[in-house]
Design a protein. Structure first.
Length: 103
């Protein structure tokens, strides 16, 4: 649901943006992300080398409150975030796991 593409403008900035959301305020961008989390069946977390920033942690808490499973190819370094994350090898593995739990 979000982001619509993974064509990020500059991943080195504190807030990662796509061409579709470059004109949004931070507040509106976060509302968009939270709505996508609420409407999603599951969440894929991007945690390079296990790093999860404050906004990622906030969004994980929101996902947890809505009982959305969180998957990542890297285990978060933070122990609390790690216990809320299922580490997977690939996106296709996520889909396989979700099909097993829905059967």
């Amino acid at each position: 649901l979000y982001p619509i593409s993974i064509d990020f403008l500059d991943a080195t900035l504190p807030v990662v943006r796509t061409p579709n959301d470059q004109d949004l305020t931070l507040y509106d961008l976060e509302l968009l992300e939270l709505r996508a989390i609420r409407d999603a069946d599951f969440i894929v977390l991007h945690a390079p080398d296990g790093y999860v920033g404050l906004s990622g942690a906030f969004e994980m808490g929101y996902a947890t409150a809505y009982r959305k499973p969180v998957f990542s190819t890297n285990c978060p370094r933070d122990e609390m975030l790690a216990c809320q994350t299922t580490v997977i090898g690939s996106l296709s593995e996520t889909l396989d796991l979700l099909q097993l739990t829905s059967s």
